[in-house]
Design a protein around this ligand. Structure first.
Ligand code: MSP
Length: 511
């Protein structure tokens, strides 16, 4: 039986249209889901939309539409974006679905039975934009006297009856858990932030609201709706059948990786594990908090009007280039500034020149000089052996990198081999061997085909379209494109299709 791997994106708020920041989280998860499948895992990959709460209710009211109709519309846009991005999710969860409301009610009741929920009243600050409660000492005062959260979000004073989750009682058990599982939260700097937050004065968490209606009703007390984060986090359980722990999808719990942006780590690293422990459920294995994309150094937002539309970017530069660029340009975990200039440079240098030309040069020589037929393996020179060994080492290198979500390092490992192959083709000059030593020419071309095959196979999770066309041109059968298949040589004598470039250069239109 294959080992399981359960990976999730955050579920997206449906208060506005998606931008490239949302696409980023989804693409990063998709690369990992595809990689794990390629590497022999039984993967369950979940994404979806977070549809309740005050923020969404307000966006619907501003649009003059009933919340359900509003969320139906925007959720469909996120679903369509997932298709455009070629996200290979196994399910798409919406928190307004009946299955989700059932799961939320079941988890709530479990927490009540465990004695972890009590009725009280909340007096404090709330930021609708963040859907988060803040302590007085976390706020700063603006010159105009208004108070803002550390995120810059405006806060309002809330006073209402509320159910509380006994978060304070989980403080020591959370700290013990972080201590015993040093890889639970990554990157390390973020982990340290969480540990220091929990080490402080961890208060009980308000988990219900009474001042608006757009949420999951609290079982037995419908004057309250659940706090949107309790509802939202539960999605990870809903999709695998909770509360039915005999459901076949339940085998995926605990999740192997919740991918989140740095802004929502606290909810996942503090509230979520505490709720799960209180409910007697295993805690996810890992959380990774990635950084944020800015545009011209500014946060992307609707109000600034600088949000980058992933659909426009894909139409201009192509999906493979966007997927590649987002994970290549900035070390995962860091913030990055989005620049079209940097994107075009990566596209032209690394994709078109380094990889595209290598494949095109090699395959056109095979077409012209080997009758379009894959040559057999020949005797290996030291130069051949060195290059082949570098490619053979790639799967285990990538496994290690991607298990730590080090996408940029994984791509650099592959590019080292691609650059080495470019050095090799220049040194060996197979085009010149045609007349002097045709047998050696065939050997060199076969080495290059094997290298390109390895790289194209391992790059499939990042650039599914271009690599699939490249593997077609290398004559790799559809069922021999996973990591294990790299151990089986391609059959010499296979007739290859006429090669065509798969990574075109991007030429800027001049007006
Ligand atoms: N609904 C919550 C998540 C609930 S998960 C149980 C939420 N939604 S969101 O739509 O606001 O954000 C979804 C994801 O997009 C978050 O991980 C967030 O960090 C990410 N990004 C939003 N803007 C971003 C950038 N500018 N750059 C990178 N990622 C960004 O939070």
């Amino acid at each position: 039986m294959k080992p399981t791997f359960y990976i999730t994106t955050p579920i997206f708020y449906v208060n506005g249209a998606p931008h490239i920041g949302h696409a980023y989280t989804a693409i990063a998860c998709d690369v990992l889901a595809r990689w794990k499948r390629l590497d022999g895992f039984d993967v369950f990959f979940l994404t979806g939309t977070d549809e309740h709460g005050q923020k969404v209710e307000k966006a619907a009211a501003d649009a003059g539409v009933e919340p359900q109709a509003f969320t139906d519309g925007i959720s469909a846009i996120f679903g369509a974006l997932a298709n455009t991005l070629e996200i290979t999710n196994d399910d798409f969860i919406r928190t307004t679905e009946a299955r989700h409301k059932r799961a939320c009610a079941a988890l709530w009741e479990r927490l009540v039975d465990a004695g972890d929920i009590y009725l009280g009243s909340y007096d404090g600050w709330y930021a609708v934009r963040d859907e988060a409660f803040y302590d007085e000492d976390e706020l700063t005062t603006r010159p105009d006297g208004s108070r803002v959260a550390p995120t810059g979000a405006p806060v309002e004073w809330v006073r209402e009856p509320s159910y509380f989750f006994r978060l304070s009682q989980w403080r020591d058990r959370l700290l013990a858990y972080y201590d015993a599982h040093p890889d639970f939260i990554a990157p390390t700097a973020r982990r340290n932030e969480v540990v220091s937050f929990v080490s402080g004065d961890l208060r009980d968490l308000a988990v219900s609201r009474t001042s608006f209606r757009w949420g999951v009703p609290v079982p037995g007390d419908p004057a309250h709706v659940m706090y949107v984060w309790v509802d939202a986090l539960t999605n990870y359980l809903t999709a695998i059948g909770y509360p039915d722990q005999t459901a076949s999808r339940w085998r995926y719990w605990p999740a192997d990786l919740h991918m989140v942006g740095k802004d929502i780590l606290r909810f996942h690293a503090v509230y979520w594990p505490a709720m799960l422990m209180a409910a007697g459920l295993p805690v996810p294995r890992r959380l990774y908090a990635h950084g944020w994309w800015t545009v011209d150094g500014e946060k992307m937002s609707k109000s600034l009007g600088n949000a980058l539309d992933p659909v426009e970017l894909i139409a201009t530069y192509g999906l493979d280039a966007i997927r590649f660029f987002l994970l290549r340009e900035v070390p995962f975990g860091n913030d990055g500034n989005f620049s079209r200039k940097a994107l075009i440079s990566r596209l032209n240098v690394e994709l078109a020149n380094d990889f595209g030309n290598l494949a095109q040069r090699t395959l056109s020589l095979v077409a012209r000089n080997c009758g379009g037929v894959l040559p057999p393996h020949g005797a290996r020179s030291d130069d051949d052996a060195g290059l082949l060994a570098a490619a053979e080492a790639l799967p285990s290198l990538l496994r290690e990198r991607l298990d730590r979500q080090a996408f940029g390092d994984a791509l650099e490992d592959v590019w080292k081999v691609i650059r080495a192959a470019n050095g090799y083709i220049d040194r060996q000059a197979p085009w010149a061997l045609k007349k002097t030593d045709p047998a050696r020419m065939a050997d060199v071309l076969r080495v290059l085909v094997d290298i390109i095959r390895s790289c194209a196979t391992l790059l499939q999770p990042f650039m599914p379209d271009a690599t699939s066309r490249m593997l077609d041109q290398l004559g790799v059968p559809a069922d021999a494109r996973d990591v294990a298949a790299l151990g089986v040589p391609l059959a010499a004598g296979t007739v290859l299709p006429v090669p065509t470039g798969v990574f075109p250069r991007f030429v800027e239109e001049t007006a």
